[in-house]
Design a protein around this ligand. Structure first.
Ligand SMILES: [Zn+2]
Ligand SMILES: [Zn+2]
Length: 198
């Protein structure tokens, strides 16, 4: 049945709390990702566990979700292309409004657009019946927390621009090559000499 399927996913049941302001429930769950969560360079891979701790509080407008999510992200060092493992732990707080409350909220917001309290609520989340879907909230928090340019270590020297060798393995590494700027000049100089001679 569906109950078995929802056991490990991002949807949490708020049934006991709906329309009962002041009540609260705490749950923790290991969610398995169905698709990568992160950016192109580093992400929690699909099929990996995310530890979610969640407190659901019933308030007048809906259910307030406060919690944390923790998982291991994998990526590639932008300098040497080695694998990067990064523990990511995020916290979040989000109000899931009752659909009728959310509609009211938006009307009020559009009538007095300059109101400060609503200016940062570009996206109002709503409950789907009794269900709260945390995936987008956690995804946004994870994307924000992950490094834009993951590196295997802060002082990773990267790869040799000539041959692609890992400079961390061979710090003395160098090549006896003419600087390409000089060889270009040399190539230009030769025909000019010939021209002058003829
Ligand atoms: Zn590296
Ligand atoms: Zn090299």
């Amino acid at each position: 049945m569906a109950a078995q399927q929802t056991e490990r996913d991002w949807v949490f049941d708020t049934r006991e709390l709906v329309r009962r302001p002041g009540t609260m429930r705490e749950v923790s769950r290991e969610v398995t990702t169905t698709e990568p969560m992160g950016t192109d360079v580093i992400a929690i891979p699909a099929g990996h566990p995310v530890q979610v701790g969640l407190r659901m509080e019933s308030v007048v407008e809906g259910i307030l979700a406060t919690g944390s999510a923790q998982a291991a992200a994998t990526g590639e060092c932008v300098r040497c292309l080695d694998e990067v493992l990064e523990d990511v732990e995020v916290t979040f707080q989000e109000l899931y409004a009752y659909p009728d409350r959310a509609a009211h909220h938006q009307q009020v917001g559009s009538r007095s657009g300059a109101e400060k309290d609503t200016s940062d609520e570009d996206e109002q989340r709503t409950l789907d019946g009794d269900l709260m879907d945390l995936e987008e909230v956690v995804r946004d928090a994870v994307v924000t927390a992950l490094p834009f340019q993951p590196v295997c270590r802060d002082d990773c020297p990267g790869l040799c621009s000539e041959c692609g060798a890992r400079l961390a393995d061979d710090p003395e590494h160098q090549h006896d090559v003419i600087d390409p700027r000089w060889s270009a000049l040399a190539a230009m100089a030769t025909p000019t000499d010939d021209d002058e001679r003829t």
